[in-house]
Design a protein around this ligand. Structure first.
Ligand SMILES: [Zn+2]
Ligand SMILES: [Zn+2]
Length: 367
């Protein structure tokens, strides 16, 4: 089962020329789940290889404007396309009140929007995974979300299966699915005879906006991927404390304590371009990446290599060249990126995100 995370917007509070506002798409098999929908998210989807697909579920982390203002427009677009399928929006308490206001903007729709407020610990259960909310520390009612898959069957022991005289073919699959099977030559084999102990499923944690908090640490334990905000660099630690945001280094320390496989930092203040945040964070936790818009993190199973960043993975070749401009970095869409922390890292040599658009502006704290 494919599982990945598409970064549609990686800027905090205000967009930059290169980074859009919060929007992250989880793709699992054929499912598409959007987490946050900042202004411009529908266009980011249109520009990506994902397209503006008919989403059935949107999760909002909190109600700062940089996380939901894209939603009314996107809901309206769906209606203009004559959509019938219902859509569910999940968010922390306050969602119903928010939609009381938003409905005046998007008006009548051609489909039903169901609203479901989630308190910490609540979520949705699916046949083989669940998504639940956990509390974060951002000064307003806010959720982080954790997607966790059910444990997988243990590894299939091929040698043992052959020794037991099981013919290669469909019986293998049935055993792997947990079924006992009858052998053509007589006798029954139970799954435990050929399967190792169950293996954990994958876990993705999206913390949303927060200072590095205990609840995030608990939720993130042993996660394959923690997506954490890094609004500021350490030079602005005081501001991070004051506004209940995080620095890259503090998020990295949390990732280290939680034992995650990869940390992805997002929600950068427009004062930062990425490399400086990455450098600080990697000094603490080397497996840190700072995705740009349209990057993908492919959550492979540990035996297939674990999570990896695919730069520009959600861009077509032409679009990628367009988006990455003339900084010589275009064309590396499939470049694997382990997040090593040395100065040879291409991420650190790149043209800073948004650097061509007038340089640094004072960072914002709202959102
Ligand atoms: Zn924000
Ligand atoms: Zn916020």
């Amino acid at each position: 089962m494919d599982l990945d995370v598409v970064f549609l917007g990686t800027s905090g509070s205000v967009p930059t020329a290169r980074r859009g506002l919060a929007g992250t798409l989880l793709r699992r098999g054929g499912e598409r789940i959007l987490v946050d929908c900042g202004e411009g998210t529908q266009r980011q989807l249109l520009r990506s290889t994902v397209g503006l697909v008919e989403l059935h579920e949107v999760f909002l982390t909190h109600y700062h404007a940089d996380h939901y203002l894209g939603l009314p427009g996107m809901l309206k677009t769906f209606a203009l396309r004559g959509r019938n399928a219902p859509l569910t929006v999940y968010g922390p308490p306050g969602l119903v009140d928010l939609f009381g206001v938003l409905r005046r903007i998007f008006g009548k729709l051609t489909y039903d929007v169901e609203l479901q407020e989630l308190r910490p610990g609540e979520g949705v259960e699916r046949s083989d995974y669940r998504i639940f909310a956990f509390s974060v520390e951002h000064g307003v009612t806010a959720n982080g979300y954790c997607l966790v898959e059910d444990p997988r069957p243990g590894r299939f022991d091929l040698d043992r299966a052959r020794k037991l005289g099981i013919p290669q073919g469909p019986l293998f699959g049935r055993l792997q699915a947990g079924e006992s099977v009858a052998l053509p030559q007589g006798g029954t084999i139970s799954p435990e005879q050929v399967l190792g102990p169950p293996r954990p499923g994958r876990k993705i944690v999206l913390a949303g906006d927060t200072r590095p908090g205990r609840e995030v640490l608990e939720a993130a334990r042993e996660a394959d991927l923690l997506v954490h905000e890094a609004t500021f660099a350490s030079e602005e630690q005081a501001r991070a404390d004051e506004t209940l945001h995080s620095t890259g280094a503090a998020a990295a320390e949390l990732a280290r304590l939680a034992g995650v496989k990869m940390l992805a930092l997002t929600h950068l203040s427009n004062r930062y371009f990425g490399p400086e945040i990455a450098r600080e964070a990697r000094a603490v936790f080397p497996r840190t990446v700072v995705p740009r818009d349209f990057d993908i993190i492919d959550i492979r199973f540990p035996e297939r290599g674990g999570p990896r960043l695919v730069k520009g993975g959600a861009l077509g070749r032409q679009k990628e060249a367009d988006a990455h401009g003339s900084d010589g970095s275009a064309g590396g869409g499939e470049e694997p990126h382990g997040g090593g922390g040395d100065s040879d890292d291409p991420e650190l040599r790149r043209d800073p995100v948004g650097a061509r658009n007038g340089g640094r502006a004072p960072s914002e704290t709202a959102g």
